[in-house]
Design a protein around this ligand. Sequence first.
Ligand code: AQP
Length: 334
Amino acid sequence: MENKKVIFSGVQPTGKITIGNYLGAIKNWTTMQEEFNSIFCVVDLHSITVNQVPAELRKNTFDLLALYIACGLDPQKSILFVQSHVPAHTELAWVLNTVTMVGEMNRMTQFKDKCRKHADNINMGLMDYPVLMAADILLYQTDLVPVGIDQKQHVELARDVAQRFNNKYSPTFVVPECYTPKVGAKIMSLQEPTAKMSKSDENENAVVTMLDDKDTIMRKFKRAVTDSDTVVRFDAENKPGVSNLLSIYSCFTGKSIAEAEVEFEGKGYGDFKTKVAEAVIEGVSPIQAEQQRIVKDKAYLEEVLKDGAYRASKLAYKTLDKVYRKVGFIPRVR
Ligand code: AQP
């Protein structure tokens, strides 16, 4: 790898990828890959912490890889791979478990949310999720982790764990920084704009997916919850629905929030919602066409995964070997 800083991030293949996943994460990766040594993963190991249908998980994994490429991630510039293809992730997670406290894990907001949502399946994986994520990040000596705001607490845990390991043994891991975009770091539900847009939301109208067709996108935005006011103005506290739509519009058009406010001065919410929907349709349509083309080419996708796993493994095992030495495991004779 060239002598540049390293970024690492991933998305779970847990369903239809939302415009929240795109704006908070993937879209930013496509520009960052020009400047950084970039490693992007489809985090399938994470996804089985909630129940998955195996055949759907396989399909979702290929769909997501094809979407990464359709969004502009270039397998020549970035390492693209599937997490379960590099066993070093789980191997490092085990070691990191021993420098992570149960009390810390109990405080994780996502763990508490997921326990509420999946009360019938509060498994150890759900609790250990942030340690596996720390392993994902630390294996690649990552400098920067581009994610949405909901993942900030997990990146902070990765920092704590890295520092603790470095202090207990000796400097081993780069301590990563979290990167969140200025606009789009937390896209909200269209139906409940004080809650995050999530791919696992059961209310279809709350979520716009990257593969929704034009009519569906228009319909969902027309039904988006706003307020009883008539002014298009950014005020996340008092006008969460309108502010969310302004953020989405700004991300897809490249206009600032202030420019968008001026554009919609004196216009009603109906016009505003239509314009937001049109901007999203214009943004996702070429990505959809490209995703549909790429996903059909299984041989190509398998080649990308083979090459990605090979390149990721080389880096990952360099770190894991170091970690094993530091903790006192005897080297394996090969
Ligand atoms: N609404 C969002 N706005 C901005 N960024 C978001 N991200 C997720 N939702 C939003 C970012 O997308 C990346 C991948 O997320 P993930 O698949 O690892 O899981 P998640 O954060 O739990 O996302 P979801 O959509 O809510 O998935 P489910 O419903 O499966 O739990 C991360 O960088 C995340 O911050």
